[in-house]
Ligand binder design. Structure first.
Ligand code: ADP
Ligand code: ADP
Ligand code: MG
Length: 708
């Protein structure tokens, strides 16, 4: 590889040597300005790249697919080309053709999709297009978790003890696991995004975990070569943002702690890493620059390390040869636009800052935190959630509060892609100040429609261990009880839900299916049966909330034993705000009414005093009967729109509770649908490859089958 030959890398390359190389020169004729690029991605990252491009006068072409036809990134550029099928973001040849037809000079791949595909990067280069990323050889080397570790070891960068060999027989892998010592971690060599990875705690589960890791890897990366490594039990994920140019200059733009994860995937990231010894920090930066130089790196990259909390050692984990989802954290603490840096390097320019200048910036600019806002249900093991964003209100962006989003209200989070709705990034002079700002910003973040992780993120931000900076990748499991604590719905929320319903229904002045007995269109008395949409999808018991309208804006409401005699309440439709003057306090609540997935019962989402509550108007008894609950109970239904990957049972099988029935994939995630109880399989309704709508029966049971 070019640069690797020019720069003989060994661990002996020190800061002085790196600083000296800084002074190498570039002639202006080496600079090839980009005037038009294609953004080969979707969602927030496509918009993010487009923002910087337009700021510098670079014309952008975006691509989209049928489900994304009306998405923000497709609408964001004057030149947008429909590639059709949902998977077309992976169609490198098509994308290159489009780029040439549109007269683009370069392609920005974003993250995910083709960003770390060396074949694509190579084809771009061969087609005369500038791939805005590192040389394809560097992607290829780093794309393999095994090959990259060999190179790092040779370059003097510490790696986790493990087996990275080509021999893949189960016996061999099992023997290696034994040699390493349990617990071990199985990882797909080509893996990414936390997929194709399984922890094995004891020898007896080795084979089943291996099979499941391989299957996930095949589905996600079309390759199931595995590596085995020591599983660090209390690790932190600390990564270093690096940048390198064509002239051998490289800088470390500080580190990010990304230890708060679910399913090996980050949800909160921050910089600098809390409670990290300064000598270790500097050592990490140095090792990261060495890692980049070892593969002739150019452009933006992230060197990920695993830090062992018990021993204080750190090990190279992998290098991501692209812009990271969490790059804004680094932008906040350095005050630099990393996409701009990518353009500069791709054009053949030199890095805008040297290491000392970067360090000075970091000293001055304090702390930044990013929270990933996902359409997912933390209470259902973070299962992705889909649907139309019926209401979306964000905190006001400022110079220290940034929102990178791919959606606006009315857009749909579809099951075809990653369920990340937005990233919220805040900056403060200290970690404490930044966290305080994050908490406040999350309280102003309102999303109705799909379930989100916002409430969960709020709880993390005030959790004492997190506030103290005691982070580790097992943080969510370790503090499970605290983070998943169920908050009671306050009486004021029940009362406002009922008042809101009454105001809404009387203003619409139309009889609906669910209209309870009323006395005309005003001055009515109603009893609403409301239930909380409870965690784990449990059927929470409904409670009656009665409301009487006493005047145009005056009501009395009864919630259990609490009676609000006379409260004034007004609803502002434009802002969806219900303002109620209770005897003790004034509460302004955002109240959004939507319909449930089965379209039968209204759902009310309330954003009250920084907390959101989701309530359901219970279906009338006659409707429940008409739905034929009993028939439904004898089938296991698709929990969400999904594709069947494997069927684990066949007709006539006797199954026990929790036995796997069908393995489905939804939103790029594999899920096992298990038996709710004992029973006998009557019929397997869907086979491998079938696409199922939410609520479709997957497996039917014999009538005598009991479900719990
Ligand atoms: P980061 O490393 O920046 O935290 P993730 O690892 O969470 O980012 O992945 C970034 C995005 O790219 C996610 O949307 C993830 O689903 C996707 N992704 C990561 N690796 C791959 C891959 N190999 N193939 C397809 N998508 C991937
Ligand atoms: P991906 O390509 O999916 O991002 P990584 O190799 O970066 O895969 O690992 C993802 C996450 O898995 C890390 O952030 C860390 O939480 C965890 N992890 C990886 N390797 C180990 C290990 N050896 N021991 C413990 N946890 C690990
Ligand atoms: Mg990783």
């Amino acid at each position: 590889m070019r640069a690797a030959q020019r720069i003989p890398l060994t661990s002996s390359i020190g800061r002085a040597a790196l600083a000296r190389r800084w002074h190498s020169t570039s002639s202006p004729s080496d600079i090839k300005p980009l005037t038009s690029i294609l953004i080969a991605n979707r969602g927030e990252i496509a918009l993010r790249v487009g923002r910087t491009a337009s700021e510098y006068g670079i014309r952008t072409t975006t691509i989209y697919t049928n489900p994304d036809a009306h998405s923000q990134h497709a609408l964001s550029s004057p030149f947008a080309v429909n590639l059709g099928a949902p998977s077309a973001y992976l169609d490198g040849d098509r994308i290159i053709d489009v780029a040439r037809a549109q007269g683009c000079q370069g392609i920005h791949p974003g993250y995910g999709f083709l960003s770390e595909n060396p074949g694509f990067a190579r084809k771009c280069t061969e087609a005369g297009l500038t791939f805005i990323g590192p040389p394809w050889q560097a992607i290829e080397t780093m794309g393999s978790k095994s090959r990259s570790k060999e190179i790092m070891t040779a370059a003097g960068v510490p790696c986790i003890p493990g087996y990275h060999g080509a021999e893949q027989a189960v016996d061999v892998l099992e023997k290696e696991a034994k040699k390493i010592g349990y617990p071990v971690l199985l990882k797909a060599v080509k893996g990414g995004g936390g997929k194709g990875m399984r922890i094995v705690t004891s020898p007896d589960e080795f084979r089943s975990q291996l099979e499941s890791a391989k299957s996930e890897a095949r589905n996600s990366f079309g390759d199931d070569v595995m590596l085995v490594e020591k599983y660090i039990t209390t690790p932190r994920h600390i990564e270093v943002q690096v940048f390198a140019d064509k002239y051998g200059n490289s800088v470390a733009l500080g580190e990010r702690d990304c230890s708060v994860q679910r399913r090996h995937q980050k949800i909160l990231e921050e910089s600098p890493a809390p409670n990290l010894d300064d000598a270790v920090r500097k050592d990490l930066w140095e090792k990261a620059r060495q890692a980049a130089l070892a593969v002739g790196y150019e452009g933006a990259g992230t060197v990920e390390f695993i830090f062992d909390n018990e021993t204080g050692e750190f090990f190279f984990m992998e290098m991501n040869t692209r812009l990271q989802v969490e790059h804004p954290v680094t932008e906040m603490v350095t005050g630099e636009d990393l996409v701009r840096w990518q353009f500069i390097v791709a054009e053949g320019g030199r890095l805008p800052l040297n290491q000392e200048e970067v360090e000075q910036r970091i000293k001055e600019r304090g702390h930044a935190v990013e929270a990933r806002i996902y359409a997912e249900d933390p209470n259902m093991n973070f299962m992705p959630s889909t649907g139309v964003l019926q209401h979306l209100r964000t905190p006001e962006p400022t110079s220290t509060v940034r929102i990178d989003a791919g959606f606006v209200a009315g857009d749909e989070v579809s099951s075809h892609y990653d369920p990340m709705i937005a990233k919220l990034i805040v900056q403060g002079p200290t970690r404490t100040a930044a966290l305080q700002k994050m908490r406040a910003a999350l309280e102003q973040y309102e999303v109705a429609g799909p379930t989100t992780n916002i409430e969960f993120l709020k709880r993390v931000c005030v959790s004492p261990a997190f506030v103290a900076g005691e982070v580790e990748t097992g943080y969510i499991q370790k503090y499970h009880d605290e983070l998943f604590k169920h908050e009671e719905v306050p009486d004021e929320a029940w009362a406002q839900a009922a008042i809101g319903m009454l105001l809404e229904e009387s203003s619409r002045q139309e009889a609906t299916l669910l209209q309870p007995i009323g006395f005309g269109t005003s001055f009515q008395h109603r009893v609403f049966e409301l239930a909380e949409i409870a965690p784990q999808g449990d059927e929470a018991p409904s409670i009656p909330v009665s409301v009487t309208q006493l005047g145009p804006d005056r009501f009395s409401a009864t919630v259990g034993s609490t009676i609000y005699d006379s409260v004034t309440s007004t609803y502002d439709r434009t802002s969806s705000t219900l303002t109620t003057f209770f005897p003790h306090t004034r509460i302004a609540t955002t109240l959004v009414r939507s319909s449930s997935p089965d379209n039968l019962t209204p759902i009310l989402t309330l954003f009250q005093r920084g907390t959101s509550y989701k309530l359901r108007l219970a279906a009338p008894k006659w409707l429940e009967a008409a739905l034929g609950k009993k028939d439904v109970a004898n089938s296991v239904l698709a929990p969400m729109p999904c594709k069947v990957l494997r069927v684990e049972v066949k007709e006539g099988d006797e199954v026990i509770k929790d036995q796997p029935l069908v393995v489905v994939e939804s939103m790029k995630m594999e899920m096992v649908v298990r038996s709710p109880g004992e029973g006998k399989v009557k019929r397997v309704v869907h086979g491998v490859g079938d696409i199922c709508a939410m609520g479709t029966a997957l497996v039917e049971f014999e009538d005598e089958g009991k479900s719990e």
